[in-house]
Design a protein around this ligand. Structure first.
Ligand code: HMG
Ligand code: MG
Length: 306
């Protein structure tokens, strides 16, 4: 089984989407460049979602424009798209750049109906319908598609989510033509036990992530660290064969459902913590620790009140 673990840094997207303050486009660009320089395998750079829903990422096109001609070799840049509208905006970036600046797009749905409606104003089935033209357009441009399943362990509105529901949604995404599955532990409520139960259900349904079948889709685990258990969940996932994780430099993010004005809870698992845990467990990552520390310091500096 492979000893190399793939790391995607989602701080420019997931980390910044909830920030209350205005963050300059140039600071976002700098974060992406520092992450690429640190050797992460992939950077989720921004979202082509409605600016009314997520004003913080309304400058996605500008961020990508500033990155033209400067992408380090080997780094994948990805962008979140919720529908055909967002997909066309993402494709325009590549057309305007005259290069493949966006290498991959990510669609997102959930294993909880309530969360799906709150996040995208659509049922799970409706989100999947929206993805049909996204996947078609991605195929035409030879862009791979990642499919997120949020609330993979627990929903902030509905509570615990049955692992079989997560496996169902993941299977439906793959049926649509999505290339990879990303399991979002959205609110950080998971434990090693509940994350393992979810992963086992998904893996047994998809045959994914085990490093076994060559045709198995890549399975990524996306953890938030709200209650400080994300590192233990990474260890449990590694034991089950997961070899791809999302993190956010500096632990950026912060679940809006768990934070209070007085105390802001931690966000995504910090990429530097993720890398440390993966190495402690005997696996390899492609990261330069000093360069990652610089990226994390820059990321932390972007937080409101930093
Ligand atoms: P809607 O209001 O239902 O959309 O939003 P609509 O199709 O009815 O369109 C309404 C207006 O939005 C129209 O404009 C559209 O043109 C426009 P108007 O006529 O009113 O001027 N519109 C768009 N504008 C820009 N970009 C677009 C777009 N689509 C429509 N792509 C929609 C539906 C999905 C767009 C909205 O709900 C939305 O943008 N939601 C995004 C929510 C979001 O970004 N959440 C965070 C990311 S998910 C996440 O963080 C979880 C994850 O990290 C994993 C985990 O932790 O679990 C991935
Ligand atoms: Mg997230």
């Amino acid at each position: 089984m492979s000893k190399r673990v793939r790391i995607t840094d989602v701080s420019p997207r997931d980390g910044l989407q909830n920030e209350p303050g205005v963050i300059a486009t140039a600071d976002k660009v700098r974060l992406v460049e520092l992450l690429g320089g640190a050797g992460v395998d992939e950077v989720e750079v921004s979202s082509f979602v409605s600016p009314k829903w997520v004003p913080q990422l309304a400058d996605a096109t500008d961020v990508f424009a500033a990155l033209r001609g400067r992408k380090p070799p080997g780094v994948v840049y990805s962008a979140l798209v919720p529908n055909e509208h967002g997909m066309r905006a993402a494709l325009s970036v590549n057309q305007a750049a005259g290069e493949r600046l966006i290498d991959k797009v990510a669609v997102f749905t959930a294993a909880s109906e309530t969360f799906s409606r709150r996040n995208t104003n659509a049922t799970i089935a409706e989100t999947l319908e929206r993805f049909v033209p996204v996947v078609r357009l991605a195929r035409e441009s030879a862009l791979p598609v990642r499919g997120y399943v949020s609330c993979a362990v627990q929903c902030p509105y509905e509570g615990p989510v049955a692992p079989e529901r997560v496996a169902d949604v993941a299977a439906r995404l793959l049926d649509l033509g999505v290339d990879e599955i990303d399991l979002g532990e959205t609110i950080g409520a998971g434990t090693p036990e509940s994350v393992s139960a979810m992963l086992e259900a998904v893996m047994s349904r998809l045959g994914a992530g085990s490093g076994g079948a060559a045709s198995a889709p890549l399975l990524t685990l996306h953890l938030h660290d709200t209650f400080g258990r994300a590192a233990d969940c990474v260890r449990a996932a590694l034991r089950l064969g997961v070899r791809s994780f999302d993190g956010a430099a500096g632990g950026l993010g912060g679940c809006p459902f768990a934070s209070t004005p007085a105390r802001r809870v931690p966000g995504n698992i910090a990429t530097e913590t993720l890398a440390r845990v993966v190495i402690e467990e005997g696996y390899a990552v492609g990261l330069n620790p000093e360069a990652l520390a610089l990226a994390a310091a820059h990321a932390r500096g972007l937080r409101a009140g930093a």
